[in-house]
Ligand binder design. Structure first.
Ligand SMILES: [Zn+2]
Length: 398
């Protein structure tokens, strides 16, 4: 019979949440993490014999990609993070998870996971992209569109690992645009989940149903802390993507997309949610409870929608010419960090992405009521980019 997660599991999730500050990796102070940082953090666990480390190969620029194996249970679970270099949240959460397992060896979560599961962890699958903070690899390839062609060394490493170990479960750990929203609710998506499709008609075979049960468990854990902030990722089959193919090859796979949270530019709260939900879900897989999960919880999660901007100016006045009366407008603006090659520094660039009625939108950073102040029509243009410092200049100077 399908059920909601047991109260003992809920208590474990709440305990992880409350304990988090005592075991998290305090040395991570920014989401801009490099391969060298990561190696250093994982080396500290090695001294405590938490895992065995196996080099799997090297990236396009020669950085070593390793497999960290924890536990010796019969159920194998593969977890890989940061196949997109600019998506570091889950890598940070994995460091936190390793910290928990190291600091609490006698905890029931640690003991159950190590006894029942074998965790196969590949943190930072795209270290060259991480170095540049770019999605793609050093060879300019989106690794998540290389599952069939296998042109890149990083893609071959992931494929070979899955073929060799044939894990029963998989977690494909990413970050999504932090401005996506939970359907039309005007809530920013904190985390989106997906049990990827195995074909264009989104067939439910037993492997995918098992993944949906895991996703449903994951969702119920998150709903203890962030109800209304969970979305489902687009379930269109992507024939070249890893999640879809690994599901098709027989590993029940869940995609976890770390989204956004107001006032959390480094995504440390999302990192905490990842850590708590992953640890608790692994525990639930280990106890066998996930087999009872109600997949309707997963099915009913709203899909992501694009109804968020970083900054919204509401109720401003725009006079485009003198032939028609000025109109009331909202202006949606997104920010992006870009490298200025001439000064070799990072700059925050603002871009106007929407003009008009934004009552269905929410803002991730600032939601400003302009109180009918007049905009400078020369600066209000769709797709117009400028330094974020110049934001006040969007208004007509008096
Ligand atoms: Zn991604």
């Amino acid at each position: 019979m399908a059920t909601s997660i047991q109260s003992v599991t809920q208590n474990i999730a709440r305990e992880m949440f409350d304990l988090y500050d005592s075991f998290k990796a305090a040395e991570i102070t920014s989401c801009r993490i490099t391969h060298a940082n990561m190696l250093k953090w994982f080396r500290s666990f090695k001294e405590q014999d938490l895992f065995t480390k196996l080099p799997l190969g090297t990236s396009g620029e020669g950085r070593t990609i390793s497999l960290y194996t924890i536990g010796n249970g019969s159920t194998k679970v593969v977890l890989w993070s940061q196949m997109h270099g600019d998506e570091p949240t889950a890598t940070m959460a994995l460091v936190d998870i390793f910290n928990f397992l190291t600091k609490h060896p006698e905890h029931t979560v640690t003991k159950t996971i190590k006894e029942k599961l074998t965790l196969l962890v590949i943190p930072m699958l795209n270290p060259d992209g991480a170095e540049r903070f770019t999605r793609r690899t050093a060879q300019l390839i989106d690794l998540n569109r290389d599952a069939l062609a296998l042109e890149t060394p990083e893609a071959r490493i992931l494929k070979e690992t899955c073929s060799k170990y044939q894990p029963e479960y998989g977690f494909n750990l990413h970050d999504q645009d932090a401005r996506l929203t939970v359907g039309t609710t005007k809530e920013i998506t904190a985390i989106a989940l997906l049990a990827p499709s195995i074909d264009e008609s989104r067939t439910d075979n037993p492997i995918r149903v098992k993944a949906k049960k895991v996703a449903s468990t994951f969702a119920q854990i998150l709903n203890l802390f962030i109800p209304g902030h969970l979305a489902k990722w687009d379930d269109t089959f992507e024939p070249r993507a890893f999640g879809d193919n690994i599901q098709k090859w027989g590993t029940s796979t869940v995609l976890v997309e770390s989204g956004g949270w107001k006032g959390d530019p480094n995504k440390f709260f999302i990192r905490k949610l990842n850590c708590v939900a992953l640890l608790t879900t692994l525990y639930v897989i280990a106890t066998g409870e996930s087999a009872q999960a109600d997949i309707e919880v997963y099915e009913q999660i709203p899909f992501n929608m694009k109804l968020g901007c970083d900054h919204i100016i509401r109720n401003a006045v725009l006079r485009t010419n003198n032939q028609v009366a000025p109109i009331r407008v909202d202006v949606g603006i997104n920010f992006e960090i870009r490298r200025n090659d001439s000064t070799d520094s990072l700059e925050q660039i603002a871009t106007i992405v929407e003009i008009g009625d934004l009552t269905t939108f929410t803002a991730l950073e600032e939601d400003v009521d302009a109180k009918r102040a007049e905009l400078d029509a020369n600066r209000i243009k769709l797709d117009h980019s400028f330094s974020a410092d110049e934001l006040p200049l969007l208004f007509k100077q008096v």
